[in-house]
Design a protein around this ligand. Structure first.
Ligand SMILES: Cc1cc2nc3c(=O)[nH]c(=O)nc-3n(C[C@H](O)[C@H](O)[C@H](O)COP(=O)(O)OP(=O)(O)OC[C@H]3O[C@@H](n4cnc5c(N)ncnc54)[C@H](O)[C@@H]3O)c2cc1C
Length: 297
């Protein structure tokens, strides 16, 4: 695998925002990936799926970025399960389950991203999470060891798993039990229809900006709304009218525009409601001060 230098990340992420990666590689096999992980000059790598959950800073990423390709895009349905490599798309997984009449994947309809990103984020809805369907997932460690994880070992929680940040998910086997084909199709189409109606698909975004803080607090969109931030615009970024937890790129947004909207929302939530919002999205290439302003770890 060859590294490319100074690769603009904007076109590779859903937000269409962000500066270049100092180095970017596209491993096409486990061997490629193991080699790339050995060859990062001591800098921790970053894995990029489709960037459906990542805000890249305007200065880009000094850390090497890896995008899985080649054999990592495959997906196979068998009698009781669906096996997918990490670069297979979540909508392809949802579509395969729907067409094959397998229960339990409707909540992945209209969720952009890859299986690898979905495993890292434990993607899902309020009721269903991707890790609920996992029989096992495999990750490659920076030392080149392939580790098979059962859900209880990955300890999935709300939008996170307890798996070291530098491990790369490469493959997963999902339990996919056959069910009533018509009921499955209706569940998928109904879920998709509601999601597309209530959320924002016509402009680039990275989905829900903030995690829901959980009881006794209201959901994040309501907090954003209550502190008067719905519809507020800074530069080329705006908090969506339709869904106040989405920040959209109106066309020429810079990362700093999104960051300022987040910082102001968080400041108001803390000052007026005493609630500390925590980002659901991952922020790359920002300074410590900037991360602290938005409550990012
Ligand atoms: C319109 C819209 C709707 C959305 N709806 C939902 C929703 O309903 N539910 C939900 O949970 N999310 C939702 N999201 C967010 C997003 O779809 C998910 O977080 C998705 O899992 C991101 O996948 P990705 O491949 O693009 O990951 P990226 O955004 O590229 O990466 C996300 C994180 O995963 C890491 N990562 C990526 N690949 C790997 C890998 N192979 N191994 C280890 N780590 C990896 C990255 O380093 C990063 O930390 C939505 C986003 C949009 C834009």
């Amino acid at each position: 695998m060859r590294w490319a230098r100074d690769v603009p990340l904007g076109p590779l992420v859903r937000y269409r925002i962000g500066g270049p990666a100092a180095r970017l590689g596209r491993p096409r096999s486990i061997r490629d990936l193991a080699g790339a992980l050995r060859d990062t000059d001591g800098l921790a790598h970053r894995m990029l799926g489709t960037g459906a959950n990542v805000l890249v800073g305007d200065a880009g990423s000094r850390r090497p970025v890896l995008v899985l390709d080649g054999e990592f895009t495959s997906l196979r349905v068998d009698d009781e399960a669906i096996e997918a490599r990490a670069a297979a798309r979540l909508p392809v997984l949802a579509g395969a389950a729907r067409r094959a009449g397998r229960t339990g994947f409707h909540f992945l309809e209209a969720v952009p991203g890859t299986v690898g990103g979905g495993l890292r984020m434990n993607a899902g809805s309020r009721e269903d999470w991707l890790w609920d369907r996992v029989e096992w997932a495999e990750a490659l460690t920076p030392a080149g060891e392939l580790v098979r994880l059962r859900p209880e070992e990955a300890a999935p929680a709300y939008r996170r798993v307890n798996v070291p940040a530098d491990w790369v998910f490469v493959r997963a086997r999902f339990i996919a039990t056959p069910g009533d084909a018509r009921a499955i199709r209706d569940a998928h189409l109904g879920f998709r229809r509601r999601k597309v109606r209530d959320q924002v698909y016509e402009l680039p975004s990275v989905g829900s900006t903030w995690k829901n803080p959980g009881p006794p607090h209201p959901p994040a969109w309501k907090i954003v709304d209550e502190v008067g931030m719905r519809g507020v615009r800074i530069g080329g970024a705006r908090i969506a009218q339709r869904h106040a937890n989405f920040i959209v790129n109106l066309g020429d947004a810079q990362a700093v525009d999104v960051l300022e909207l987040m910082a102001e929302t968080r400041r108001r939530a803390q000052a007026r409601l005493g609630i500390r919002l925590e980002p659901e999205i991952h922020l790359w290439g920002f300074g410590r001060d900037e991360l602290e302003r938005v409550g990012a770890p």
